[in-house]
Design a binder for this molecule. Structure first.
Ligand code: FAD
Length: 410
């Protein structure tokens, strides 16, 4: 029977990043991905555009992926936050964060391509795709995986199973893990638009009665739109002609970027919060959306998942170097100590933003206007907020400091 040090189920943004981080580590890694490599319908590397924090750039640099995505990455130098129908606003500038830029806007597809190229060159990473994990069984000292691969059923053994199989994680369902779930009854409608007065480097977050509307700067003066809408309005917005859609967007956003001139096809994603209460189980760890699916209001979901990757890659390579069991209780407790607080705090903060900024209750609107002005006028408040969203606050694992992993020598 084939044996691996570690098996990752799900080769999407988070699972693929973990495999990349471990390439060259000396560990034998298996990746099981349901969708064929390079397929246009890969659900993780689709049309969405990711606002990467500065901290995520550092992780990608340490993994060796950043240079491949840098030509398509548009820096964010200012975030402009406003409330529709009110004059209050906040600006967070790159100078508030003490680093080159607050973050970068990168198409998910570009991240997927960079991961694909690196994995194709990594002989110790085996990618089974298309293949599905059917079942797993924890036995003393290892996990047995039953896989449905392109060449038929297959059983392999590993010391640690990492579930990076997304928000509907089959591993989480099989383990019957408890999670806190909120369905917002909203969808995020995404598209890319062109404008006639682009402001390179400026990202906009505008809170409206139906939810936040984000415009993220892209290369060539384009903007990625993430329009949060009430579920019963989604079909109408998807069915509009491009011209009427652009008019509706203009009415909602205003003329800070001039006129909207062109729109790419639209697509909608259901929004929810799912926070797995204990994503660390004997010989199994859930990471990324499998552990925490967030509202995209603050662009934190993938950044949080990438911090899971940085911590887990650090823990398993360190264990392997020390000759310890990388799926054993000590390693898992170490990983949990790194990640528990950040996962909980980021999920709660995102949920709070999603709720507070759509609540039309007048005293709350007044309070959030005052809070926005306060943040705009008080530099230490802006600084704290900037550092939180840049993923550079708190205790950081090695990769998140931009330092490559040491080889595991196994
Ligand atoms: C509209 C929108 C905008 C967003 N914007 C941002 C942003 O600006 N910044 C940010 O940080 N985050 C953002 N996010 C969040 C980000 O997209 C997610 O956090 C990220 O996609 C999570 O990646 P993942 O790999 O954990 O899960 P997924 O992307 O869901 O990938 C899961 C992978 O597992 C595979 N899989 C599933 N089941 C199996 C199985 N049984 N066997 C084998 N393989 C399997 C799937 O094929 C897929 O490849 C946004 C999300 C949305 C919806």
């Amino acid at each position: 029977m084939l044996e691996y040090d570690l098996a990752i189920v799900g080769g999407g943004l988070v699972g693929g990043s973990l495999a990349s981080a471990l390439s060259g580590s000396g560990l034998r890694v298996l990746v099981v991905e349901a969708v064929p490599t390079g397929a246009a319908h890969q659900p993780s590397y689709d049309e969405r555009v990711i606002a990467l924090s500065w901290g995520s750039r550092r992780i990608f640099e340490a993994i060796g992926l950043w240079s491949a995505m840098a030509p398509d990455a548009e820096p964010i130098r200012q975030v402009h936050v406003s409330d529709r129908g009110h004059c209050a606003f906040t600006r967070i500038n790159q100078s508030d964060g003490d680093v080159g830029s607050l973050g970068y806007v990168v198409p998910a597809r570009v991240i997927g391509q960079a991961i694909g190229v690196q994995l194709a060159d990594a002989p110790e990473i085996e990618l089974l795709s298309p293949a599905r994990l059917l079942d797993h069984r924890v036995t003393p000292g290892q996990v047995e995986l039953h896989i449905d691969g392109a060449a038929g059923p297959l059983t392999v053994r590993t010391r640690l199973l990492v579930a990076a199989d997304g928000g509907d994680s089959a591993v989480r369902q099989r383990l019957d893990l408890k999670m806190d779930e909120t369905r917002y009854d909203q969808d995020a409608l995404i598209t890319t638009v062109s404008v006639d007065r682009p402001r390179p480097g400026v990202a906009f977050e505008r809170f409206t009665e139906s939810g936040p509307l984000a415009l993220l700067p892209m290369t060539e003066g384009r903007y990625s739109v993430v329009w949060t809408c009430q579920r019963d309005d989604t079909d109408r917005l998807l069915a509009l002609t491009d011209e009427t859609f652009l008019k509706a967007l203009q009415e909602r956003f205003g003329y800070r970027l001039g006129r909207f001139t062109q729109a790419a096809p639209r697509r909608a994603y259901p929004l929810m919060l799912r926070l797995t209460r204990n994503p660390v189980q004997p010989r199994v760890v859930l990471i990324g959306n499998a552990a925490h699916t967030l509202h995209p209001v603050a662009g934190q979901g993938f950044n949080l998942g990438l911090r899971d990757v940085a911590a887990l890659a650090g823990v398993v390579t360190q264990c392997a170097r020390a000759g310890a069991d990388l799926g054993g209780p000590a390693a898992l407790a170490d990983y949990r100590a790194w990640r528990g607080r950040d996962q909980f705090a980021t999920a709660r903060l995102t949920d709070l933003l999603a709720r507070v900024f759509i609540n039309p209750w007048p005293p709350l609107r007044l309070a959030r206007g005052a809070a926005m002005l306060g943040v705009d006028l008080i530099p230490p408040a802006r600084r704290r907020l900037a550092q939180r969203f840049m993923g550079v606050s708190g205790r950081l694992p090695r990769l998140a400091c931009g330092v490559p992993l040491e080889k595991a020598d196994v």
